[in-house]
Design a protein. Structure first.
Length: 284
């Protein structure tokens, strides 16, 4: 069941760890600044795993605090000093520092989409077209986002008379491309959080990708482009809508989308070390 932007978040991550036993009430071990920094660093590395959960786009402050505290609980067994320390509750500053990793994460993902969306959705007019580029772009976005909600998530084409034809639902190659790039080729190492339930995890990832893509397309749907701002609040509704649609697919449609998700994994793994293996270009 999708969360509400202002309700308590269902805290769930792809990493499962056994919580440490509670320390004795008379424990007086002091948490050093070094131990706190280690906990913050490990928490910042782990929190991006919520990309594969229903919490991917939460925006409420209480939800963020709940998620961060859960993440800190999960990293605690990896820090010996915290196993014998007095129970530690992260303060607001700690929460902000850990959540800042998610802010950078969302910004990085949105940047990849912004850089690729014009080519991904053919928003430039074809050679020989008499329609001005700005008008063509606005008309395309109108068709893909406004007139036909969520069609940008599907595999589609335009007939000779301009009629939109949907071939396969939730099977858009642009979504495949940005997810393979971000999950397997980014510095966030997201692929390390995939587990045996990866098809379900990818439902959330696809929904995030679609929600952010829609926001970027909406910006491109304006005749005069201007610097905008994409926030979780803006994208949450579409995230929930896409997730609901994925959950409501019939048996035949589900089989097709499962093949699509498997393709994302196969393509992603093939590019996992691309940034390291490809040429180091030098133009000296």
């Amino acid at each position: 069941m999708p969360p509400t932007p202002h309700g308590n978040a269902l805290v769930s991550t792809t990493t499962t760890m056994v919580a440490p036993a509670e320390p004795a009430e008379d424990s007086t071990t002091i948490i050093t600044p070094e131990t706190r920094e280690e906990a913050i660093l490990l928490s910042k590395e782990l929190i991006v795993s919520i990309f594969f959960t229903i919490n991917a786009l939460v925006s409420c402050g209480d939800d963020k605090k709940c998620i961060v505290k859960s993440i800190i609980t999960q990293v605690r067994p990896r820090i010996p000093a915290l196993l014998i320390a007095t129970q530690w509750t992260a303060d607001d500053k700690d929460v902000m520092r850990v959540w800042n990793a998610m802010t950078k994460f969302h910004t990085g993902f949105a940047t990849i989409i912004c850089q690729a969306v014009m080519m991904g959705y053919s928003l430039f007019p074809p050679q020989g077209c008499n329609i001005p580029p700005d008008t063509f772009r606005v008309d395309q976005v109108q068709c893909l986002v406004v007139d036909n909600p969520l069609v940008f998530m599907h595999q589609y084409s335009f007939a000779a008379d301009g009629t939109l034809v949907i071939h396969t639902k939730f099977n858009n190659q642009f979504i495949l491309h940005i997810l393979t790039q971000f999950i397997w080729c980014s510095t966030f190492q997201l692929h390390t959080f995939l587990d045996k339930s990866l098809r379900r995890q990818l439902d959330y990832a696809i929904s995030v990708a679609g929600a952010m893509t829609e926001s970027v397309l909406i910006e491109q749907g304006k005749l005069h482009l201007a610097t905008g701002k994409i926030t979780p609040q803006m994208t949450f509704s579409t995230f929930s809508k896409i997730l609901s649609n994925l959950n409501g697919l019939g048996v035949a449609e589900q089989a097709i989308i499962d093949e699509f998700k498997d393709s994302i994994v196969i393509c992603g793994r093939s590019q996992e070390h691309a940034n390291d293996a490809l040429s180091d270009f030098s133009f000296e």
